[in-house]
Design a protein around this ligand. Sequence first.
Ligand SMILES: C[S@@+](CC[C@H](N)C(=O)[O-])C[C@H]1O[C@@H](n2cnc3c(N)ncnc32)[C@H](O)[C@@H]1O
Length: 284
Amino acid sequence: MSHWLSAAILRRASSLTLGGTSPSVCPGRKNEKYRSKKSELSEPAAVMAPTLAGVPPLGDEAVRRRNRPAIVSMAQPTGGYAMSESRTLVDAEALRAEVSKKYREVALEPGAEFHFHTGRPLAARLGYDPAIVDPMPDAAVESFAGVANPFELRDLQPGERVVDMGSGAGFDCFVAAGAVGETGVVVGIDMTEEMLVKSRANAEEMGLSNVEFREGLLEDVPVEDGWADVVISNGVFNLCSDKKAAFEEVWRVLRSGGVLQFADIANGRPVPEDALRDIDLWTA
Ligand SMILES: C[S@@+](CC[C@H](N)C(=O)[O-])C[C@H]1O[C@@H](n2cnc3c(N)ncnc32)[C@H](O)[C@@H]1O
């Protein structure tokens, strides 16, 4: 099997240098004010390639088996293109526009047909606790479009500060908000306006004062250096052309000893160059 969907957990070392290149710079970066020092991370070695067409539909049992949690090393070699190369092969702006278009639909028409699973049935298949999910209003769950359960490997602790990279309509942020409690804070980052409108409305309806949603890119996160105890993400790194920049941002916003626990799609085989250039395959 070449693709996997799983959850992984990584702890941020106090000083981490994984390669020799200089940090990525997101063109048109807006969030300079959040950076107080240079990122120490230069190059995570693991490669996450775009999703490819042909992934079979996920039946309940297949989902449970395929999406079981795994612990992976940041330095685990996977073959394929290095992150710094793959980001040059696709037009990042055009890709973001297509991704936003897709997730605008997921926000506005959650009952429509998508090539991925969504909503309460997906949350149940991925093993989210019904005691947490069932009481949530429909609007908080219906646009959920994650690929696994980033909370399976480690329980969030009361008081933790959490950043959700690609927060969509806020489902994982709401799960996190319950776990960290009133002394904790959850900040969701997303680039799609309709998702931000929906997540903010959901938080208000649920009366959650410890959750905030900020407009931003994974490659240019509007959060201060070292602010977060935990970064979570669910199904979003695979949608970024510049994974190196996105992981640099994870490491920048995490405090020393902080944890990245995320779920995503990766490819165990090298991706052909023409596939890396094909935006339809990234969003398919
Ligand atoms: C697969 S959905 C996941 C949403 C949420 N994590 C969930 O599980 O429902 C992808 C979300 O990530 C956002 N997204 C994708 N690429 C992004 C990027 N480069 N920067 C910020 N947000 C991004 C999209 O707008 C969309 O809301």
